[in-house]
Design a protein around this ligand. Structure first.
Ligand code: NAP
Ligand code: MG
Length: 490
């Protein structure tokens, strides 16, 4: 058997082999060096500094990225203010909508290139970037383009108007999708934008800036300033920014909230999560197992709403665990560009270290670690799908966000018990419930402190549906009609 072929062992001794099915990267156009996108032009960073973005699956450098400092951020904010005053806030909603529709269509046309770059830069399987990230990003632009000329109908008798300049800061787990979640409603409502993508995954935001240039948006309506945390902080602290939209960790969310306290700035924070995925005895177990796998292992667990705490009702615990372990054995970890791959590369060496630290912590705390036996490539950053059995509420692996393919498993007997356990966390972003009974679903959804509760499914998104958290998972909603509100004064 060729070394490259992947072997799958099932517990009934069947063996499947998959020949590699790599997505070609030949069509991808990447520059060696990316500048800052300010006022419709590519400009060099005033510090002259650049940093590398690498492919986490190969550790190879993909491009140099400009590092923006306060001076560059100031230029970007000035460009955005100018574009706001001169063009964007004056334009009719219908005209703005045309530009946003154009972005959506162009993104669809270039979907394959964007998907491949997303997988190369961030490590996520091509199946995810091709079928989820990029199509959903395009549909957010389509959806909000449709609202641009209907804001008076969305908020009748309230005379909705834009806020001004929006500073938007995004994380590395859904690089383009998080940009789309923020950009589309901001533009539809007549705001201009200064955007900072995460340092490890700037490429698709920069490709989007190229596309925006091609779409001929007025200069300064969208500005992209790449860099590290300090670049984000410079946006947050700039006095002429009217609104901050942030998706990222709870720790940085708290810094931002402190920084803008007492200013006129509005803010939405989409932060971390530690979602409970709850399996009742009457659940369709095979589907539930797929939901568990989808909830935590796909996308390497780099999902804010990942179902990272599993609660299984005692009567079906043995069955669910057996099925789950069998299914985990079939997961292929490896080349993100291979269409067979289920679990791609961990986004960065830093993130891998964090995950490995939690694997040690979990074992020290006394939980039993179980990992699938799949081979992992030698180069790059990888983590096998991992379970922690016999975890308990006080364990750090149960309380803290790991942001990797690591699932803490607990059992429960009654509905009251599982609701108490599920809500016993500082977070409240999402949850999953698996049961045959509609009444049980409604009972659970009303009592769970989570922004989204999926029933008999997991990790499903749609631009029409609002998303956001409770407690330390942040506040404000993105998506749907609700997603327009944080960008409007009324
Ligand atoms: P992060 O470290 O908080 O970074 C998020 C963004 O903020 C990055 O662009 C980062 O730049 C920037 N940043 C860092 N320090 C900053 C500061 N002091 N002021 C302003 N900006 C700053 O989070 P991450 O590690 O990229 O992303 C993972 C986290 O995001 C997880 O906690 C996850 O749960 C959360 N997340 C939440 C949602 C949601 O919708 N609720 C969605 C996705 C992810 P650098 O990249 O240079 O550090
Ligand atoms: Mg990268």
């Amino acid at each position: 058997m060729s070394e490259k072929k992947k072997k799958i062992h099932l517990d009934f001794n069947t063996e499947w082999e998959y020949a590699p099915a790599p997505e070609s990267a030949d069509h991808v156009q990447l520059k060696k060096q990316y500048e800052l996108f300010i006022n419709g032009k590519w400009v060099k960073p005033s510090s002259g500094k650049y940093f590398d973005t690498i492919n986490p699956a190969t550790e190879e450098k993909l491009a140099s990225i400009a590092e923006a400092n306060e001076k560059d951020v100031d230029l970007a904010v000035k460009a955005a203010r100018n574009a706001y005053d001169k063009y964007w806030s004056k334009m009719s909603g219908a005209e703005r909508g045309k530009y946003i529709f154009r972005i959506a269509r162009m993104l669809q046309e270039k979907a394959r290139e964007f998907a491949v770059i997303e997988s190369m830069d961030g490590g996520k399987p091509i199946r995810e970037s091709r079928d989820i990230d990029i199509p959903l990003a395009a549909s957010h632009f389509f959806y909000y383009a449709g609202w641009a000329d209907k804001l008076e109908y969305a908020f009748p008798n309230r005379n909705p108007g834009p806020l001004g300049v929006a500073g938007q800061i995004t994380p590395w787990n859904f690089p383009l999708l998080m940009v789309a979640w923020k950009l589309a409603p901001a533009l539809a409502t007549g705001n201009t934008v200064v955007l900072k993508p995460a340092e490890t995954t700037s490429l698709t935001a920069l490709k989007l800036a190229e596309l925006i240039q091609e779409a001929d948006l007025p200069p300064g309506v969208v500005n992209v300033v790449t860099g590290y945390g300090a670049t984000g902080a410079a946006i947050v602290n700039h006095p002429d920014v009217d609104k901050i939209a942030f998706t990222g960790s709870t720790a940085v969310g708290k810094i931002i909230q402190r920084a803008i306290a007492g200013t006129h700035k509005k803010v939405t924070l989409e932060l971390g999560g530690k979602a409970a995925n709850i399996i009742f005895e009457d659940a369709p177990l095979d589907q539930a197992v797929e939901g568990i796998i989808n909830g935590i292992f796909f996308n390497q667990g780099h999902v804010c709403c990942a179902g990272s705490r599993l609660f299984v009702q005692e009567g079906v615990y043995d069955t669910v665990l057996r099925k789950l372990k069998d299914r985990m054995e079939t997961l292929i970890v490896g080349d993100p560009l291979d269409k067979n791959t289920d679990v791609g590369a961990i986004n960065s060496q830093d993130q891998l270290r964090t995950i490995q630290e939690y694997l040690k912590i979990g074992q020290k705390e006394g939980a039993e670690m179980y990992q699938s036996s799949c081979p992992v490539p030698k180069k790059g950053f990888w983590c096998r799908p991992t379970l922690f059995l016999h975890a308990s509420q006080s364990h750090r692996i149960v309380q803290e966000e790991i942001f990797g393919p690591v699932l803490a498993v607990q059992t429960f007997r009654t509905v009251a018990e599982v609701i108490e356990k599920a809500n016993n966390t500082p977070y409240g972003l999402s949850a999953g419930v698996w049961t045959d009974k509609g009444s049980k679903i409604f009972n659970m959804t009303t009592q769970m402190r989570a922004g989204v509760v999926w029933a008999n499914t997991y990790n499903k998104f749609d631009p029409t549906s609002p998303f956001g958290g409770y407690k330390e998972s942040g506040f404000g909603r993105e998506g749907g009609l609700h997603g327009l509100q944080p960008y409007l004064k009324m």
